[in-house]
Design a protein around this ligand. Sequence first.
Ligand SMILES: [Zn+2]
Length: 46
Amino acid sequence: MYCKYCGNKINDDAVICLSCGRQVALLKHEESNKTAADTIPEEIKG
Ligand SMILES: [Zn+2]
């Protein structure tokens, strides 16, 4: 695809344009379900 800011050709999965340095796509990584497992009390595990 092409950067909508400067028109430079970039990868389809690129998040930031290497030419102008602007963000061209949303970040896909969401690490929001990591903390749940660490909060389980000992008595529930067994
Ligand atoms: Zn650009």
